[in-house]
Ligand binder design. Structure first.
Ligand SMILES: [Zn+2]
Length: 879
């Protein structure tokens, strides 16, 4: 257990390191019980250091020191100081050579940070501060050096020995042991260090880079998973080609390795040349993975690959700059998925994620800027805000300065800072330089938390033909930030005429156009259009979701229906339907009565959409879905979550029951689409069939249930099988039990697929949720020490099972708090994530809120980890 009282670290107190590390050699004598590490490094005083005679800080966390020498000798009297953070070396000369022998215990490491054991293999996770659990080192991202790593281990148990870079030597040793030496020529910070020792099968491929170099691609998995690697390897090659074509970035080492690991806290890790992946984001076959899994795997493979430039070649100066690499890399992987796989609907999927998870984060007690100015535990800042909102900032920059200028700016950024550790300010400064624009005000996006609201209104002068758009903005206060400055918001707009065509016109006497980016750069601003080619019937606001804001445009239902029928921007078309549905829910909750006129209008618009032969299946499927409860909750200061879910489901049933025949008629035939093809069209057809089937069940169409059974039995792919299961998962019908029992039998020895079974059972609203939860936690396939299993059960229980998690007597909260307490002793990072739904206690009705708060206070009174305490203290702080 680490120290209980989180001590905040402040960006304003950043100091350059006192010493540079000129080179590093690590010798590992690997064994699961005890691993001995010999660390040799040449250090030299950093001319940039603030204090000339400062000591050398070597961080260490739970590492046993065996010996330490300075230039071959024991340190003199008073030179070596041990404290809670590791070691301090006082009175070092200008340059010195250190040799440290230390020990760590991988098998006992359940936190999964540093060096640990997973399924009999040894592996590492060092970002952000795991390296200090392996050896004593200046473990901070602005200390870059070259690594030479020698791994020695038992050959039979660990036939494969991997580290970063290129393998330069390997051989046999006495006593059944062997070794390998790896050199990484590119200086890197310690968080990018990785090693793997294990008994793994290797799938190989090659990639020829744009300059004609051949790179070996190696994917390491457990032998029984060797037939599930094709998609990951194909995704990697697509990503490598895309980074060359879209961003001009070429791979730099001779080999690129990916290792799939069963026990992993995060999705994957971009260690230089040796990515470690949660097996969930590598292994796939049509029988075991859904289309969504295939897309997620391709996206995570690409994300980690893209980090080779945005993160590894140019890295972060300190952890406050995390979004420098993550926001930029999420932006890059979103572009990749948009251009190569999902096209227009990718943007909608990303906006849904942002609204359901990042907006609530930004409006709650854990709100923080994309570049925070302080933290108590950096593990807790791997957030949707840093990643997803960070990516939105990059996208807005591109919108503001234009695609070509932005691309030129990226080239300058990568070339100028190659091999350096820099800041988000450095990044924005390059974009300002290449565009010639002052981006000072834009930088508020990095330092202000909270989601801005944008108000929009229009006015038309019939006599002059002039059309005016007025925009305003305000950002509600967030913890520690009472007053907010205006930010620069690019609002992309178009206007549609009575036939749904785009209108042409001039903005402020500018060139004739049919789409504009309005820059709202102060509290309020008006924009004048003239010479319009027709009278606007509807304004298409925030096209492509051009900024991460909440728009308040007050459009009539008729206007929204017009946009839903005609808008050529996929996001705006979807948004029109979402706005209508949000309005209907709001009426139900706030006025305690349905709005039959509004609901009839929505139904009419949806019916027309179902008859539209031109709409793409994937877009139709996406538009027909109601907003998720988690997103709807943001419409209210606080709301009874059980009632909100019930009202949403009831609205869904009211809207779609009269449309049941149309839903059925529009359903693609199972035999035509269940072909396992990884193409946008095939995935769109499958998404549509599964959505329509689920809507029919939700609308009470009894003829849909036999079709669900038939689809499950005939399905050749996991996508269609899960489509059937999802459709009836909330239906209290014997068919549900039959199908789930069959699914469990079929996949009981396949952990990744079994996770889907766990998720379905945990999320179901069918009565008996606590018995099912208990059954899952006792299941032979469940392990508390595996984050995937824990997340598969407890994640859906809290996110989608409102009926049980929010049960009025507080049973759900009490159980979750108990699980958090138990998990915190093993894996603080996962516990600190698991507790987060309880931190939203102010957003639910006061009776429930009080129960949630009481559970948090009970946890706070215990001896808990720093990770968990940091989250709970922020959640309990005065608003
Ligand atoms: Zn990343």
């Amino acid at each position: 257990m680490r120290d209980a009282n989180p001590q905040p670290v402040y960006l304003s107190e950043y100091q350059p390191p006192a010493f540079e590390v000129e080179n590093l050699e690590l010798d590992f004598d690997l064994a699961a019980a005890t691993t001995e590490v010999t660390t040799r490094m040449a250090v030299r005083r950093n001319p940039q250091a603030a204090e000339p005679g400062a000591p050398l800080r070597l961080y260490g966390d739970g590492v046993e020191l065996v010996s330490l020498t300075v230039d071959g000798a024991e340190p003199g009297e008073g030179m070596l100081e041990e404290d809670a953070d590791g070691l301090l070396l006082h009175g070092l000369p200008e340059a010195a050579r250190l040799e440290i022998v230390s020990r760590c215990h991988p098998e006992q490491n359940t936190a999964l940070e540093g060096l640990y054991a997973s399924s009999g293999n040894l592996c590492t996770q060092c970002e952000p501060e795991g390296f200090r659990r392996i050896t004593f080192f200046p473990d901070r991202p602005d200390v870059l050096t070259t690594y030479r790593v020698r791994l020695e281990a038992d050959r039979a148990q660990y036939p494969v020995l991997l580290a970063n870079g290129n393998r330069v030597e390997a051989g046999e040793l006495d006593g059944g042991r062997h070794y390998a030496v790896w050199e990484d020529p590119f200086p890197k910070p310690s968080y990018l260090f990785a090693l793997v020792a294990g008994d793994l099968a290797c799938q190989r491929d090659t990639f020829t880079t744009m300059s004609g170099r051949e790179v070996a691609l190696e994917l390491y998995v457990e032998a029984h998973n060797a037939d599930r690697c094709d998609h990951a390897l194909a995704s990697l090659k697509r990503a490598m080609r895309y980074d060359e074509e879209a961003f001009g970035r070429e791979y730099d080492l001779d080999v690129y390795m990916i290792v799939a690991v069963d026990d992993f806290n995060m999705g994957a890790m971009e260690n230089k040349g040796l990515n470690l992946f949660n097996a969930k984001f590598v292994l796939a076959s049509p029988d075991t993975a859904t289309d969504d899994d295939f897309v997620a795997i391709e996206s995570v493979i690409a994300h980690e690959y893209f980090h080779n430039w945005s993160g590894n070649r140019v890295t972060c100066r300190d952890w406050f700059q995390l979004s420098l690499k993550e926001g930029l890399t999420v932006f890059r992987d979103q572009e990749f998925t948009t251009d190569c796989t999902l096209f227009g609907v990718k943007r909608i999927d990303d906006v849904s994620l942002l609204r359901a998870h990042q907006f609530p984060e930004d409006a709650g007690p854990l709100a923080h800027p994309v570049r925070p100015d302080h933290y108590a535990e950096i593990n807790n800042f791997y957030t949707l805000t840093v990643y997803e909102k960070g990516a939105e900032l990059i996208r807005m920059l591109r919108t503001l300065i234009g695609g070509e200028t932005f691309r030129r700016g990226l080239d300058v950024y990568f070339e100028r800072f190659d091999g350096q550790a820099v800041t988000t300010d450095d990044f924005v400064a390059v974009m300002a330089e290449v565009s010639g624009r002052d981006l000072t005000a834009f930088k508020r996006w990095y330092t202000q938390a909270g989601t801005p609201h944008v108000t929009a209104a229009t006015a038309q002068d019939g006599s002059t033909g002039e059309f005016r758009i007025s925009l305003g903005q305000y950002t509600p206060p967030t913890p520690g930030q009472e007053h907010k400055e205006p930010v620069v918001i690019p609002v992309r707009v178009a206007m549609l005429d009575a036939d749904g065509r785009r209108i042409r016109g001039r903005l402020e006497g500018g060139p004739e156009q049919d789409e504009w980016v309005l820059e709202l750069d102060r509290s309020e601003r008006s924009f004048h259009f003239d010479e319009l080619s027709a009278t606007p019937q509807a304004v298409s606001w925030l096209r492509g979701f051009s900024a991460p804001v909440i728009l308040e445009a007050n459009q009539s239902a008729t206007t929204l229906a017009h946009l839903l029928a005609h808008d050529d921007d996929a996001f705006s078309r979807w948004e029109a339907a979402q706005t209508l549905m949000r309005r209907a829910i709001r009426a139900r909750i706030e006025d305690d009565a349905a709005d039959p006129v509004l609901e009839a209008e929505i139904q009419h618009a949806l019916a027309a959409l179902l008859e539209d032969p031109a709409i793409e299946p994937v877009l139709l499927a996406t538009i027909l879905q109601l907003p998720p409860p988690r997103e709807l909750a943001e419409l209210f200061d606080c709301v009874d979550p059980v009632r909100l879910r019930a009202e949403r489901d009831a609205l869904e049933a009211r809207l779609y029951a009269p449309l049941a025949d149309r839903l059925r008629d529009r359903q693609p035939k199972l035999d035509d689409i269940d072909n396992g093809a990884f193409t946008a069209d095939a995935m769109g057809q499958r998404r549509l069939r599964n959505r329509l089937l689920a809507l029919r069940v939700a609308a009470g169409d009894e003829s849909a249930v036999p079709e669900v059974l038939e689809q499950y039995r005939k399905a050749r792919s996991q996508t269609m099988r899960m489509g059937a299961l999802n459709a009836i998962n909330d239906l209290n019908h014997e068919a549900r039990g039959l199908l789930l029992a069959d699914f469990e039998r079929r996949y009981h020895d396949d952990p990744l697929v079994l996770d889907k079974y766990f998720g379905l059972q945990a999320a179901s609203q069918v009565p008996g949720g606590f018995d099912r939860l208990e059954y899952l936690l006792q299941h032979p396939g469940f392990r508390w020490s595996n984050p995937n299993r824990v997340r598969a059960v407890l994640g859906p229980f809290m996110a989608r099972n409102e009926r049980h998690f929010h049960q009025a007597d507080g049973e759900g909260y009490h159980r979750i708090a108990g699980f958090v307490e138990k998990l915190d002793r093993m894996n603080p990072q996962t516990a600190a994530r698991l507790v987060q739904p309880l931190t939203r206690w102010r957003k639910v009705d006061p009776a429930r809120g009080e129960q949630m708060r009481a559970e948090l206070e009970r946890l706070a009174a215990l001896e808990i980890s720093r990770d968990l305490r940091d989250v709970i203290e922020r959640a309990l702080a005065d608003a």
